[in-house]
Design a protein around this ligand. Structure first.
Ligand code: AHR
Length: 662
């Protein structure tokens, strides 16, 4: 099966290289009917899908550098090196348990028995800690002394070769739990630093929430998000931010489903659980993958607001992942799940006098988040989903008719379960149906017309998860190749052309750590210091940055250009800004000479063309070489209302054309 898959991809790549001739007629004239704009392009058209997979949250966008800061992993000392629990001068107990603190019960107790005693514990970070020379790092710890004790803590950063890289000291602890803070200035840039705490003095001390954050976070927020990763996302200008997933919403079982209420309020009270991607992939196991929820629902809403995206939270519908435990909540016990949805709307949009609105205000956001969408269930299928969805819809539509509901069509792009979901949901009232397709690249070319025949008046489509997969997701050689990005771009011209049906679309997954991934391809890769945009990222960026507000027909010989002569095109206009955008994808190895006839508007003499291309379909960007495939801008001449131009082999092109508005 796997071998056959690889052979198919190879044949497809060879076809693209032109060893097998391309199909279709030669296209010479392309008419862009800019004076006949059609459907609106929604502001939500191109968005992002965030899931905590591939260490996207802890170890990724959430800038905490200490792994297992609160000793709540299944093995409480995970991530910590305790040279010896008993060194002759003292002892430590890594899993002290306090039932009085149910959401964060474990802490570490250190006993120093000898006045000359010191004890060290070292945190390895998430595959190391990225630190930058001269950067400030904020260290904090929650601590209390027990008995008559006098203890000092030295917190020190050091390199894998044990070279010091900055330190600080804390003392003056008391007998009650308090948070103590100090900062470290890094003396070196390191990809894989570690944090060592040396405790000296005499007596006993309890430690919890041992934390280290860069001072330089997104928008300078204390203990916030990694700036470089958020900037990459913000640069996409996404119309929406879907969170928190994905299968993570469902959990492998219901106990470990995503529950938004345990992710808000003070971070130390957010109840850590296992991440479902921890041991999901047999050959990409990550036993140290948990969810601290330092990035919780409040932070997601804030992130969406910061980057100008609509928030699209997806909630568990009373079912755990049907690929795993497949647990379901009896229909007559679904009320708490529905109440979670109602309370979430109150958290986002409620008055600050209401319980959940007040919590939002206490967390720092008295203003409403203006939530407009909510998703019920992720990749659920069959009657069990429809029965549960119906109960959610009934109450949500009656209590919150202003909120648009996103329902799901299951994990496949077609077939019995997909058809069943659509036929049943059509009898109900969702605003959008979420479709998922992780398919081979040629599927994306063939499906550029997928939405041409969808019902224009019915439920709208949310293409909520898609990516061209050249290999299996866990295959170490599975890459974000140029081939995958090119085929996605061809497909996206079909989404754009059908903007009256497709209201939202997002590539998935969004983020991956180069040393800690479970699934690929992914849109943005990062290590502990840097980020890298894939070719797929630049395709998304081109479509989203040059979105336009209305669709413009693009025709060749009177028909939409959807693969004739291996060319795919779509066009949009932004009348207010006086911009016409034309996207043309050439999926063949041959250069094409085309005449673009621009329609009856008033243009200048020159336009801009942004091109993304490579002559190697299997090329990809890396952190070290992030611009192998990168957009290039060039001027093109406009003659009257025409552009006579070449479309490079295997290229994605956006023409940005100014016109006079009256
Ligand atoms: O994007 C990775 C996973 O793919 C998502 O969690 C799930 O919805 C889909 O199966």
């Amino acid at each position: 099966m796997r071998k056959k898959y690889k052979i198919n991809i190879l044949i497809f790549a060879i076809t693209l290289l032109g060893i097998i001739p391309c199909y279709g007629q030669q296209v010479s004239e392309i008419s862009v009917l800019s004076n006949k704009p059609g459907a609106d392009v929604q502001s939500t058209m191109w968005g992002v899908f965030f899931e905590d997979i591939n260490f996207a949250a802890d170890g990724g966008i959430y800038a905490e550098l200490v792994k297992n800061r609160s000793f709540e992993f299944a093995l409480p000392a995970t991530g910590w090196r305790l040279p010896s629990r008993q060194n002759g001068n003292g002892r430590m107990v890594a899993s002290f348990y306090s039932p009085a603190r149910p959401s964060n019960p474990h802490f570490m107790r250190v006993y120093i028995d000898s006045a000359a005693g010191t004890f060290t514990l070292t945190n390895e970070g998430f595959r190391g800690m990225g630190i930058k020379k001269d950067g400030k790092y904020n260290f904090s710890v929650s601590a209390r002394l027990t008995g008559a004790s006098d203890i000092k803590i030295t917190a020190e950063l050091f390199s894998p070769g044990n070279e010091p890289a900055g330190n600080t000291e804390l003392s003056g602890f008391s007998g009650t739990w308090n948070t103590y803070q100090a900062s470290i200035v890094a003396s070196q840039t390191l990809q894989n630093a570690q944090l060592k705490l040396t405790l000296s003095g005499k007596g006993n001390i309890d430690l919890d929430m041992i934390s280290l954050f860069p001072d330089d976070t997104w928008r300078g927020r204390k203990n916030g998000l990694r700036k470089d990763i958020v900037e990459m996302i913000a640069d996409l200008k996404p119309g929406f931010l879907r969170f928190p997933g994905g299968c993570i919403v469902e959990g492998r079982d219901l106990t470990n489903r995503y529950q938004w209420k345990t992710t808000v309020g003070p971070v130390e009270d957010r109840k850590m659980i296992i991440n479902r991607w921890n041991n999901e992939m047999q050959n990409r196991q990550a036993p140290d993958y948990f969810q601290s929820f330092g990035l919780g629902f409040y932070e997601y809403f804030l992130l969406a607001e910061d980057i100008g995206a609509e928030a699209l939270p997806i909630l568990n519908c009373g079912m755990s992942c049907q690929f795993n435990a497949a647990e379901v909540v009896p229909l007559n016990e679904l009320d708490p799940y529905i109440q979670d949805a109602l309370d979430l709307i109150e958290f986002a949009n409620g008055e600050i006098t209401a319980k959940w609105g007040r919590l939002r205000a206490e967390m720092g956001h008295p203003g409403k988040f203006n939530l407009k969408f909510i998703g019920i269930g992720n990749e659920q299928w069959d009657e069990q989903y429809i029965e549960r969805y119906k109960l959610f819809e009934k109450i949500l539509k009656s209590e919150h008719p202003e909120i648009k509901i996103v329902s799901g069509s299951g994990p496949s792009s077609s077939g019995r379960l997909f058809d069943y979901a659509w036929s049943e949901l059509k009898k109900l009232n969702p605003d959008l149906i979420d479709e998922h397709y992780y398919m081979p690249p040629d599927w994306f070319l063939k499906n550029s017309t997928r939405y041409d025949n969808y019902d224009r008046t019915g439920i709208k489509v949310f293409a909520g998860e898609y990516a061209a997969h050249g290999r299996e997701t866990t295959d170490p050689e599975s890459r974000n190749t140029w081939l995958s990005a090119l085929c996605e771009a061809a497909f996206m011209t079909g989404l754009e052309r059908n903007s009256d049906v497709v209201y939202m679309a997002s590539y998935a997954p969004l983020l991956a750590h180069v040393d800690a991934w479970q699934w690929r391809p992914d849109l943005i890769w990062f290590d502990n210091l840097a980020t890298m945009g894939t070719p797929n990222y630049y395709v998304q960026k081109l479509f989203s940055n040059y979105r336009g507000t209305k669709v413009v027909p693009v025709l060749t010989e009177g028909r939409p250009l959807t693969g004739q002569d291996s060319l795919y095109a779509s066009s949009t206009i932004d009348a207010k800004a006086g911009k016409l955008y034309i996207k043309i994808v050439n999926s063949s190895r041959k250069k094409k000479q085309v005449m673009l006839s621009l329609g009856a508007l008033s243009y200048g003499k020159e336009a801009e063309k942004v091109t993304l291309k490579s002559d190697n379909p299997l090329a990809f960007n890396t952190i070290e070489r992030p611009k192998i495939i990168f957009p290039q801008s060039s001027p093109v001449r406009i003659n009257g209302r025409r552009i006579n131009t070449e479309i490079d082999p295997a290229s994605v092109n956006v023409f940005i054309i100014d016109f006079k508005t009256r």
